[in-house]
Design a protein around this ligand. Structure first.
Ligand SMILES: Nc1ncnc2c1ncn2[C@@H]1O[C@H](COP(=O)(O)OP(=O)(O)OP(=O)(O)O)[C@@H](O)[C@H]1O
Ligand SMILES: [Mg+2]
Length: 423
């Protein structure tokens, strides 16, 4: 099916969200940048808050999205990077310390730090006791300390005696991850790697400067809102808030006695995160459901339903940011992405809650088909491709199918790979 003369390097990804499944394929061009070849999207009905609740519907949605992307790209998908999110995700900061390996010809205080030392210290840093059903998804290095010198990003080659690694550990629920892998495999694909969804979104919408000087990334989806706090190039805090845009639409549906679907439409067509004084108000008529009388409201009235719910979600995010030890150092404030970021006046409302600079995060760093993916809703899918590009440049592509039987072993190797991650 391939139209290419020589073997092009392809990267594919799947964002299996609560609202939609999004499949994307890209080719790596000569300059190492991604060029999108195919995009497919299908309504997702089998997922709730990052968990598979209906296997059959999830597989069908994956197949539909993948077929669409494949048809556009005129290439078959095989290995995919898959986003993982939801309440099953947990995270913590941890540290590991080792004595730098001895070379007998050197004095104890003049040892050069080797790759093996870095591996060992990262091993130490992830050595936490987890319940049987949990696995480490990512080990994200923050900084290294060599003897008394901290803030070191790449300790290789430094001289020292004591090496410390500070990391952010992300863990996942193994059965939940296994369910997702099972759905992807049933759709005829294999999983190259699982990636924390907001980590992928961050790859798509943030610049390195923002990560270095401090920023909060909020991915507001339908079922969950996820956030990452970056400082000094590393992830300092992650959190999953178990509500997203669906929560807002549910309120609209309940208060205005309408369907969830109609509530979604009203939110998107007339809703504001904060109704501006300068906008003219007007009346909205909503058809009655199952023989009921039509309801009327106004744009301002609709926004008055939206605002408190949204504020609640944003306040939960703000509380999480405060838990990080860098909350007063975040030069670049808050970047909001995900479909929820599209609500009108979101920047205004978020600015009130965070009292910080707010930006809406649109996917960057890819070429081709920009019009199809230039929305915050595609941040995770595009970010997965960028993550995959970096991952394969560091470790190469596995390009071999995972099977359910070797699930744990595969996760094991993923863990090993992610140790070295400096994403
Ligand atoms: N124009 C818009 N205005 C307001 N809200 C919007 C708009 N477009 C999308 N949304 C909201 O964004 C949410 C969907 O976002 P997104 O596609 O990022 O979710 P998802 O990835 O499927 O869900 P999750 O990440 O929770 O699994 C829905 O709640 C939807 O109502
Ligand atoms: Mg999402």
């Amino acid at each position: 099916m391939s139209t290419f003369e020589s073997q092009p390097r392809l990267i594919s990804a799947l964002d299996i969200g609560t609202t939609k499944v999004c499949a994307v394929m890209a080719q790596v061009n000569e300059s190492g940048r991604l060029n999108l070849l195919g995009v497919g999207s299908a309504p997702s009905t089998g997922m709730r808050k990052g968990m598979v609740v209906n296997v059959k519907e999830t597989i069908t949605a994956i197949e539909t999205a993948v077929e669409e992307a494949e048809a556009q790209a005129d290439v078959k998908m095989d290995g995919v990077y898959v986003a993982l999110s939801g309440e099953q995700i947990r995270s913590m900061n941890n540290a590991g310390v080792i004595t730098v390996s001895r070379d007998e010809s050197h004095l104890p205080h003049t040892q050069e730090i080797t790759e093996e030392d870095v591996d060992r210290v990262l091993d130490q840093a992830k050595a936490v006791t987890l319940p049987n059903d949990r696995e480490i998804l990512h080990v994200l290095p923050q900084e290294f300390k060599v003897d008394q010198h901290d803030g070191i990003k790449a300790p290789l080659g430094h001289m020292g005696h004591r090496l410390e690694a500070r990391v952010h550990l992300v863990t996942m629920d193994s059965p939940a991850a296994q369910n997702l892998i099972r759905c992807v495999e049933a759709a005829g694909l294999f999983v190259e790697a699982l990636v924390l969804a907001p980590l992928a979104s961050a790859a798509a919408v943030l610049e390195q400067t923002e990560k270095d000087q401090g920023v909060v990334l909020i991915d507001m989806g339908a079922g969950t809102t996820e956030l990452l706090v970056y400082y000094d190039g590393g992830v300092r805090h992650t959190a999953v808030i178990p509500f997203g845009g669906n929560r807002v639409s549910n309120d609209i549906a309940q208060i205005l006695h309408t369907t969830f679907q109609k509530a979604e439409e009203l939110k998107m067509e007339y809703g504001y995160a904060k109704f501006p004084a300068t906008v003219e108000d007007n009346e909205i008529t909503i058809n009655g459901i199952a023989g009921r009388q039509p309801q009327t409201t106004t744009r301002r009235g609709l926004s008055a339903i939206i605002e408190p719910r949204l504020e609640e979600i944003l306040q939960l995010c703000r509380n999480e940011v405060r838990k990080s030890d860098v909350s007063d150092k975040l030069t670049f404030g808050v970047v909001i992405t995900g479909g929820g970021a599209l609500l009108r006046e979101m920047e205004e409302k978020a600015g009130e809650v965070f009292n910080a600079d707010i930006k809406i995060g649109y996917p960057l760093h890819v070429g081709g088909l920009e019009d199809m993916v230039s929305s915050p809703e595609y941040a995770t899918a595009i970010g997965l491709l960028l993550y995959g590009l970096e991952y394969e440049e560091t470790y190469g592509s596995t390009k071999r199918p995972s099977s359910l039987s070797n699930f744990m072993r595969k996760l094991g190797s993923l863990i090993k790979n992610f140790f070295k991650e400096l994403f």
